[in-house]
Design a protein around this ligand. Structure first.
Ligand code: GRG
Length: 297
């Protein structure tokens, strides 16, 4: 790990992801729709979920070419969730990824449809672009896990409970439900998909799933801490929204210091699990470290 340069790794891998996203989303007719899809997907995101797909593949000795369509598809689905979450009927946000939100630029109707289009285009792109070298049963398994993660037992369930809980005094169990569904499901899918497509063993898959659960949860707590202590410039979106909307997040319920401790504890557990199972890569270590370091600066 001594010679590993995380910044260089991030730059190189984001370049690979972005060039594929750009190709997969080439402008077509109707132009306004594709422009709106491209506007949010190709904006400056961290590309964390696609990086996790690729890194899980590397950890299991897989071939990156075989997971790139899935890595790009998850970024499109994540972007759809951001576009819809920012709509006036949901979180009503003006800024995302450092730019005005999709509906502010293209109007609400196009923003809704761009989200729908990204959601439906993503699985097609996996089916059409995954190399023939991937076993059909593995591809089938990955698509099944994708549909579970993004559907009414996954992402959407988390969003519904989150909306229902606004202005409510929620307990830790409900908060955990929201986080594990809204944020956790895509993290878990990212690592499991990279591993499954790379023919991981059961032990490798279990260890990467454990990492995904812990890092996903810590990532959400960190995001909620940054909503309190971050700036619009550092976040690329409006800070202070949770307090303003009276949202009960982890740092609101337990205080900033305890929340920071929890982020570190979860990330440490995640890394230890990978190490014990010989699937810790320098990038997976750096991603976990980066999450707790970001809120402990
Ligand atoms: C189905 C509408 C709908 C929503 C599902 C995922 C989600 C629920 C809503 C998106 C908004 C949100 C705050 C989600 C929590 C996860 C999270 C912290 C998202 C931000 O992800 P980053 O920080 O964003 O990875 P970038 O822009 O870097 O990709």
């Amino acid at each position: 790990m001594a010679n590993f340069d995380f910044n260089e790794y991030i730059q190189e891998n984001i370049k690979i992801i972005d060039s594929h996203l750009n190709n997969y989303l080439e402008n077509r007719y109707p132009q306004k729709l594709w422009e709106s899809m491209r506007y949010t997907v190709l904006a400056d995101g961290k590309r964390l979920r696609p990086l996790l797909v690729m890194e899980a593949a590397r950890a299991c000795g897989g071939n990156i070419e075989e997971v790139i369509p899935t890595a790009c598809a998850i970024e499109m689905i994540h972007s759809y969730s951001l576009i819809h979450d920012d709509l006036p009927c949901m979180d009503d946000d003006d800024f995302r990824r450092g730019n005005p939100t999709n509906h502010k630029v293209f109007g609400e109707a196009t923003a809704v449809l761009a989200g729908d289009a990204l959601l439906s285009h993503a699985p097609l792109l996996i089916l059409e672009n995954t190399p023939e070298t991937v076993k059909k049963e593995n591809l089938h398994f990955v698509l099944k896990e994708l549909f579970e993660a993004i559907g009414p037992m996954g992402l959407i369930a988390g969003q519904v409970v989150d909306i229902e809980s606004e202005n409510e005094d929620i307990d830790i169990a409900k908060l955990e439900y929201i986080h594990t569904h809204k944020t956790g499901k895509l993290f878990i899918f990212a690592l499991r998909a990279g591993a499954i497509l790379s023919e991981a063993s059961e032990e490798q898959l279990d260890a990467l799933t454990y990492y995904a659960k812990h890092v996903g949860y810590s990532f959400q707590i960190a995001d909620d801490i940054l909503d309190i202590i971050g700036t619009k410039e550092s976040l690329g979106k409006t800070p202070g929204k949770d307090i303003k909307s009276n949202k009960k997040t982890y740092p609101v319920l337990f205080g900033i210091n305890e929340a920071k401790e929890e982020v570190k504890r979860l990330c440490t557990l995640a890394v230890n699990k990978l190490e014990e199972n010989n699937v810790l890569t320098p990038a997976l270590q750096n991603i976990a470290d980066g999450i707790w370091q970001k809120v402990n600066k």
